[in-house]
Design a protein around this ligand. Sequence first.
Ligand code: ADP
Ligand code: MG
Length: 257
Amino acid sequence: MLLFEGVYKTFSSGDKRVEALEDINMQVEQSEFAVIVGPSGCGKSTLLQIAAGLEHPTAGKAYLNDTEITGPGADRGMVFQAYTLFPWLNVADNVAFGPRQKKMPEQEVQERVNRYLEVTGLLKFAKLYPKALSGGMKQRVAIARALANDPEVLLMDEPFGALDAQTRVVMQELLLQIWETDHKTVLFITHDIDEAILLADTVHVMSRQPGSIKKTLSIPLARPRDHSLTLRPEFIGLKKEILELIWEESKAAAQEF
Ligand code: ADP
Ligand code: MG
């Protein structure tokens, strides 16, 4: 379980202070797919960086399975919007990187690599280098690489944000399929409300800066899911509820100008 307890984050440089997060209390249960949505600049990435151990709270604490998060670790797999593959390694070696770091026996490394190249549809591309891949393919590799480490939690920060709409749909369905077999604990960030509802067990809506959790909604839609769900009345009802929360935030922000 991933837990944030009274987390605040203030960035200061010189006499400039940015209050990014304010009193975040939330938890992601084992095998839960949790999604955070919120306006740009509300602190979503900062919160994920704290879970990753790459940023530290100004106050409060984050825990993974009752252990305080104090730095990065292989128990948390990360997938970001920007493509973060090693350009000097081919697809298979990018995926093998984590298990090799852990000194896993090479035969086991190969088994893992094959398994995750298969689930992400990359087997045919194992020998290609990142520069030969499209954006969608690179994100498949990034997902395979994160999963090959068998992390406790997958942390995903707008992983499909840079992809075109078609590719995005394909990647969302791929992630749904992987999750059906794997049931990883996931904390996923997006500002795309359809994406949030389609993927999530739970959606946490954040308020504008300084970000706090404005509302937590559970998404009781049956699985397995695919895009046909987005046309269903239950889906549209949830979308309306979330959009209204986000519009409240934008209106309040507009009045401050
Ligand atoms: P989001 O991901 O929701 O768009 P971020 O977490 O990236 O928001 O940023 C939240 C706020 O914190 C923004 O105002 C941003 O400018 C500020 N911020 C983020 N990282 C830093 C940093 N390293 N130094 C100073 N300010 C930062
Ligand atoms: Mg962000």
